[in-house]
Write a protein that binds this ligand. Sequence first.
Ligand code: WT7
Length: 649
Amino acid sequence: MSTSTEQQSTEAAAFLPSPEFAATARISSMEQYEEMYRESIDSPDTFWAKEANDLSWQEPWSSVLEWNAPDAKWFSGAKVNMAENCLDRHLTSSRKNKAAILWEGEFGEKRTFTYQQLHREVCRFSNALLNEGVQAGDRVLLYMPMIPEAVIAMLACARIGAVHSVVFGGFSVESIVDRLSDCQATYVVTSDGSYRRGKAIPLKANVDEALKSYSGVKKCFVVQRTNTDIEMIDGRDVWWHDVTEAASVHHTAPGFDSEHPLFILYTSGSTGKPKGVLHTTGGYMVGTYSTCKYIFDMNDEDVYWCTADVGWITGHSYICYGPLLNGVTQVMYEGAPNYPDFSRFWKMVEDYSVSIFYTAPTAIRAFIKAGDDLPNAYDLSSLRLLGTVGEPINPEAWLWYHKVIGGGKCPIVDTWWQTETGAIMISPLPGATPTKPGTATRPFFGVDAVILDENGNECPLNTSGKLVVRKPWPSMLRGIYGDPQRFKDTYWSEYEGYYSVGDGAQKDDDKNTWIIGRLDDVLNVSGHRLGTAEIESALVAHSAVAEAAIVGRPHEIKGQAVVGFVILKGDQEAGDELVQELRKHVANLIGALARPDDLYIVAALPKTRSGKIMRRLLKELVATGKVTGNTTTLEDPKVIDDLVAKLQG
Ligand code: WT7
């Protein structure tokens, strides 16, 4: 493997945390980091017990970790309630009347929930769920906009031991059906619609469609957000406002086993079927708590804002759980970054005096394009710390973020992690770590991340290989829901007993880890994971398509764009109309984010003699317009010439 980051990794100058930042930071020097890191690796039980002791446990654990690869039990024997830790725990301190959530709608309307108010709303909805028959262990599918009720619903599920599975509001009817039936959900929480760039987008109508193909749902709770005219089915559908109004604000949080399932979140893999990543309670709680505390250096005075959607893991760990566990005040925003224009975020940073801001490189690139005048028109001096997540950040974007948004004074934490890891794994500690644009730097406490070659040997510095984690960590996934074999095969089989990440990486002379990108057939589009196989099977499901291949092409804003090649069935007419129809078909089956940017109808695809599509060549072709890579295994070399001609239009 080779990488464009190779030279940067060794040559770029490091940015040091300012003495002012370091002075108040929890971890204020590399010596302190190294010492704590050593302890976390040598004596993980002692280290994690200390972290866990910041939180409340209804009954203590008998062991911190039981590890029987790949099965981990963290804080075994303990009884704990996640929602109690996010809410009730703060009600006996001055945090009781502190804002937990400062919510802003797309149209500028504001709602504030103090910790006490949020607690009341969560108790109400917990009681409403119980009144409608939801029991601990039941799966509840959430298909919601970025409104406070999304967080309230997640916390209420956690509070009563129900397992939430949030499906991003941009996903299609088919995606809802797949997820409902994979986890056998019996309850749904949704809203009539959601706002996106000022337009009402239907959500309940999609749920209605989905429930025509899946009959296991007993009750559907509906929040009224857009006042869209929707159908309420008698006996099945209930309004959130009706059931919560009737419900008590009192609820005593029961203790659940530390390993009680907390949520399932679906993510794309290298096959057509998304994986239901399962997270459990105690370890995930400690992991999200502790990463927020050290990496975001959260304090009682902070106003924190993570711009992710609750439909992704970032919204779970760094909107819903981690910040509330830390008792911080956070901003939550309903809509698009460019509504009404690209200054929206900066206006909100000024309006709420945001001090910690966490977003994705793709958003930063879009802001750069929109021009410096927009952020420059606002007072961003409240910011003290910036973060990024989702994909490698290109140095240009990093430097812009640092200078234009951070005023040259804010450390940037480039946080590497995954849906599966539950919490941040590799990241600078803002008061300690020297940073360089483009590297996530050093592993977090307890994370034993190394880079291995094909033979399982550690790669020398500045040489790329496969990123693996050798030791279990508290917030690690506990399985793929309903598929223990796939769990083993996907993550634990390449290097026996080690977690295979799926990313390529290399370390530089300063021990910084540089993430190169996915090694599997997974694209990263605007920081979201998309399986090429998933899009291919959507295309092949269309009656006109015989065969399809999907590859990623570098894209200025999105990181990667989706490019598709299809071969039609014999009797089909190629034409622009069909191309548009196929693109739309993918959006309908998966969601708009999977819609191919470019789609080529071709006569043949490059294949090996054994019939395997050579995606490597297609990738090179869409990136550079030509193919120079090794084509000796190609069955018919002429195919490439035809494709080159086709792309040149
Ligand atoms: C994949 C995980 C973690 C929340 C968002 C995405 C890529 C993530 C970084 C980063 C380079 C990154 C990796 C990873 N990724 N963060 N800071 N630098 N790459 O979660 O959908 O589970 O995707 O995103 O390729 O494997 P996800």
